[in-house]
Each structure stands twice: as C-alpha cells, then as structure tokens.
Design a protein around this ligand. Structure first.
Ligand SMILES: C[S@@+](CC[C@H](N)C(=O)[O-])C[C@H]1O[C@@H](n2cnc3c(N)ncnc32)[C@H](O)[C@@H]1O
Length: 221
C-alpha cells in the first residue's frame, strides 16, 4: 500500500477551510477547489491560486492572519475579471463581487457561471448606496483591491456592510494614490485615514508578490 504524501493536502490551520497548500509542477502553492478561471494549473478538482496575480493570495502566502475559517459572507470590491474573487468564492459562502469597469465584468461573469454563491455587481465601490439593497448586512469580510485614488475612503464608505467583528482585508497600491510619493508615506496616510472607521490589526508589505503594495487586516471600530 502506498503511504499518503504528507506534504500534499495537509490542512494548514492558518488557512481557511477549503484553501490548501498543494504541489503543482513540483512547486507548493495555495489552491482551492473549483472550476479554473484564468488558465491556472489544476490537479483534479484543485486549482492553483497564483499569489503573483492576487493580493489576497499574497497576504495568505506571507502568513497574514485574515481571520476567516471558510464559509463566510464576503463583499469583494474591485473584482476585475474574477481572478481572486473566484478563489474566494471557492472557500467562502455568499460572495458579492463589485466591479465598475464593464470590460473585465465579461470574464467575471464566466467565473460566476459555475459558482452559485458568486454574485457580480457592475457598480462603483465609491457609491455603496447603489448596491446596499442587494448585499447582505453583517458581512464577515470586506476584501478590497480597487487600485484607485482614495482607497481608504472606499474602505470607510463600505464599512457599513461589515459585521462588528468582521474583517477588512485591504490591498493598498501606493502608486494609485501618488505616483511620486514614497510608498511608506502613502501607506501611513492611508492607515491614518482608515482609523476613523477601523482598528488596524496587521499590515505587511506585499512586495514579494506585488511591488509597492501594502496588505492590511483591520476590524471595524
Ligand atoms: C488591481 S484590479 C483588481 C484585481 C482583482 N482584485 C483580482 O485580484 O483578481 C483593480 C480593479 O478595481 C476596479 N475598480 C477601481 N475603482 C473602482 C471602483 N470605484 N468601483 C469598482 N471597481 C473599481 C478596476 O476597474 C480594476 O478592475
């Protein structure tokens, strides 16, 4: 009888249920179970989660505590063509994906097709009142990757959707705020602005995967 390979598919307590580290092409990577969405490698029903194309994936790879166990309700801002939010929907419960650019939304719809818990919303994240009637109250997580000016303001405006013990999982792109400023100065400003609505629990530079990005885990005040 062949012994199971202990390095494959081990449950990692730092990861939500439904996210595992598995080997693809000889390299251990994050993986979720679901239909492929962007040409990523697969192994049976598992598909690799490319941290180089996903800030949330980078946050998990770097060991940040995102405070999710799996099965939670998620509001995702800046869904683009669905790369990251498709992985989120693989391990989460109801997942609302907001994106304001019609072009990537076509691919996002393809990612939603096989995922009955993933709901696309062609909306502007700066105007939460336009989707407040659709998104559930008391979401467990607000994931934000909008890469646009005013990233803290978007997070503050959307705080209303989060449960009091929920988590904001934010990727801040320094250059979207100010191309000329030092990234650390931009991050300090963004964190100061977040303080009005959130207590910041953890921050980590994501440069190993995403240059001049900061990963932030926060909870509502
Ligand atoms: C860096 S990309 C997101 C990548 C995506 N999160 C992923 O990992 O698969 C940023 C996206 O945010 C969207 N975006 C920027 N500002 C927005 C806003 N105010 N409302 C909704 N989407 C916005 C952009 O159109 C773009 O698709």
């Amino acid at each position: 009888m062949t012994e199971p390979d202990p390095s494959i598919g081990d449950a990692d307590p730092s990861l939500p249920a439904g996210v595992e580290r598995r080997e693809f092409d000889g390299r251990e990577r994050l993986a979720t179970r679901g239909e492929p969405a962007y040409g990523e490698p697969t192994d049976g029903e598992w598909r690799a989660w490319d941290a180089g194309r996903s800030k949330l994936g980078g946050m998990l790879e770097l060991g940040m505590d995102i405070g999710l166990d799996g099965g939670e309700t998620v509001l995702y801002l800046g869904a683009a063509n669905g790369t990251t939010v498709s992985h989120v929907a693989d391990f989460a419960g109801p997942t609302y994906a907001v994106e304001f650019s019609p072009r990537p939304v076509r691919d996002l719809l393809d990612a939603c097709e096989p995922r009955r818990n993933l709901f696309p919303l062609l909306k502007d994240a700066r105007r939460p009142e336009t989707y407040a009637h659709v998104v559930e109250a008391d979401c467990d997580a607000l994931v934000q990757d909008v890469a646009t000016r005013g990233q803290a303001d978007v997070a503050v405006r959307n705080r209303q959707f989060l449960a009091d013990d929920g988590r904001l999982l934010l990727a801040v792109k320094a250059r979207s705020e100010d191309v000329a400023a030092a990234p650390d100065d931009v991050f300090d400003e963004v964190l100061a602005e977040l303080e009005s609505a959130y207590e910041v629990l953890e921050t980590r530079r994501l440069d190993r995967f995403h240059e001049d990005h900061l990963g932030v885990v926060a909870t509502p005040r």
